[in-house]
Write a protein that binds this ligand. Structure first.
Ligand code: NG1
Ligand code: ZN
Length: 537
């Protein structure tokens, strides 16, 4: 009874705004920040319950709207494993976020607690992080009140962090490891140095120019590079020079528009450049090919190209280990947005490729089925997962092989990669360090890396529609089942183009329908995209 009173009382502080219908979607709740206090408060309650359900393991709550505009904000939950909130709980998240009164909220919670047999007595623990958005401060307070309104639960404010940092810390905490932000940095530094030490022929490395999207990632990178030699990074768009978060900058902008972010131009022709998104869980690379292109068009190395580089490096180490290494099931997970040329490339390498629905939770799940599973979305979100079993095999081999032998080195590299890469979730900082060390290992420039394969020209557009839920797709999102007849019309358009491919799906994070098209020339891809967009309107 006191529990019910506690929630009734705090929920009066956070009335739900009129006319808001939220869905947990691809990556949590997102909306204009001014509408979100009640939502974040309620997700605070959910996080406490999630912790309680899992024997008071630590749960993470992240306040960010990633690559979306600075006036937006959002909230998502990290499970104790460091992965995304279990999908089983998403319907409950939707229900309580949309409950129209304190009474309805309490009754939904009561039913859920009974159904899931959650014991409220012990108290849960929730770690709260946020990105650099100013609205994050008051939203964080709302989350704390939500967490604490479940009696006995504690909320720990872990400050301004990247999304992957929070996920990493939650994962480490629940494994009983050191789990502070400095432990996170320490871990990256140690494994990066180890990989650098294992480079066969070390050449002088060239400078990398990083676009921090005016967000949290650039700031954290500044801290990180203070402790790293062997890497020369110039960071722009840190947010301190008046730039606005995600405005004309960042990984999403560069990947979708294929032009340079603000602060980059002719002076950078040929340089190796990279962009983070607003919460630093996405990473893309690019370079400006030549002055003749006007200095604003970029050659993009997207998530698919990063995935291909990682796959190549890991495959090389397994080959060095020899017959035993070949037993490792190395696989790749992509979405329908992956460039067709990248899929062909990894298949030619002899790897298994599987497809998942958009949203990293779907890719992550499928990557877990391999000994080493590499997943990436074309937009630059991805990571590498090592199975426990394969990791302990590697660690055993480190003892068998003689120190300094090729096999020993290969095994040590793989172990170091498993430490460097954030196995909780895609992480721009750790991804960047891995790209950098692999390029040094290969002795490659960014241009050389780009030549692994040539992207098929592609185009993405979004269409605003009255009701995006009218579009329903198959499980791999490559075909539209509804509205009836639309897929036939799309197929009709595709047929007109060489190597044509196109699909539509409702966005999980924005109120739009997305259109993707690929074809043998850029003009053809653009034209296919616009005719499919016409069909959606
Ligand atoms: P939606 O809005 O569902 O397309 C976008 C990205 C996803 C994922 C989420 C979360 C594209 C086409 N979609 O999802 O890949 O990153 O945002 O941020 O880039
Ligand atoms: Zn992001």
């Amino acid at each position: 009874e006191t529990q019910i009173a506690s929630i009734l009382k705090t929920s009066e502080l956070y009335p739900i705004p009129q006319s808001i219908k939220l869905s947990y979607g691809t990556a949590g709740f997102r909306a204009d920040a001014s509408l979100l206090e009640s939502t974040v408060y309620r997700v605070g309650i959910l996080s406490s319950l999630r912790s309680l359900k899992l024997n008071s393991s630590t749960v993470g709550l992240m306040i960010t709207a990633s690559h979306n505009k600075v006036s937006d904000n959002g909230v998502k939950v990290s499970d104790p494993s460091g992965g995304m909130l279990s999908q089983e709980w998403e319907p409950f998240a939707d229900q309580i976020a949309n409950a129209s009164s304190p009474k309805e909220l309490v009754s939904l919670i009561k039913d859920f607690v009974e159904k899931k047999e959650i014991a409220i007595e012990k108290g849960g623990e929730v770690w709260l992080g946020r990105d650099t958005r100013l609205s994050g401060e008051s939203l964080l307070r709302a989350a704390e009140i939500g967490v604490r309104s479940v009696l006995g639960s504690v909320a720990v404010d872990v400050g301004v962090l990247t999304t992957p940092q929070l996920h990493w810390m939650v994962r480490a905490k629940n494994k009983g490891l050191n789990a502070t932000e400095s432990d996170y940095f320490e871990n990256l530094i140690t494994s990066f140095k180890c990989l650098i030490g294992l480079i066969p022929v070390k050449l002088e490395s060239s400078k990398l120019v990083l676009d921090g999207a005016n967000g949290v990632g650039g700031l954290k990178m500044e801290v990180l590079i203070r402790s790293l030699s062997d890497i020369d990074v110039e960071i722009r768009n840190t947010g301190r020079d008046g730039g606005v978060l995600n405005e004309g900058v960042g990984a999403d902008f560069v990947q979708k528009e294929k032009v340079v972010p603000l602060g980059f131009g002719l002076k950078d022709v040929g340089m190796r450049c990279a962009s983070f998104d607003g919460d630093a869980d996405r990473l893309v690379y690019f370079y400006i090919p030549s002055e003749s292109c006007g200095g604003d068009k970029v050659e993009l190395l997207d998530g698919d190209k990063i995935l291909s580089l990682f796959a190549l490096f890991i495959k090389e180490q397994l080959n060095i280990i020899g017959d035993e290494g070949k037993k490792c099931r190395l696989g790749v997970v992509q979405t329908a947005y992956a460039n067709g040329a990248s899929t062909d490339y990894v298949k030619e390498m002899g790897l298994e490729v599987v497809f998942a629905k958009t949203g990293v939770k779907h890719l992550h799940e499928k990557a877990e089925e391999f000994d080493v599973g590499i997943y990436f979305e074309a937009n630059g979100h991805g990571t590498i997962l090592f199975s426990e079993c394969f990791l302990s095999w590697l660690v055993g081999k480190q003892k068998d092989y003689s120190e300094g032998s090729d096999k020993h080195n290969a095994v040590s590299r793989l172990v170091a990669v498993s430490n460097l890469i954030n196995q909780a979730v895609g992480d721009a900082l750790s991804g960047l360090l891995l790209v950098e060390v692999i390029l040094q290992h290969m002795g490659w420039s960014v241009q050389k890396w780009n030549e692994l394969y040539k992207d098929l020209p592609s185009k993405q557009v979004k269409v605003e529609v009255p009701d995006r839920t009218a579009v329903v797709t198959t499980s791999e999102e490559t075909e539209a089942l509804k509205p009836l007849g639309i897929q036939d019309a799309i197929n009709g358009e595709i047929k007109k183009y060489q190597r044509g491919r196109a699909f539509i799906r409702p966005s999980g994070t924005e109120d739009v329908v997305r259109v993707y098209a690929e074809a043998s020339t850029q003009e053809a891809a653009d034209s296919l995209a616009s005719s499919v967009a016409q069909l959606v309107k």
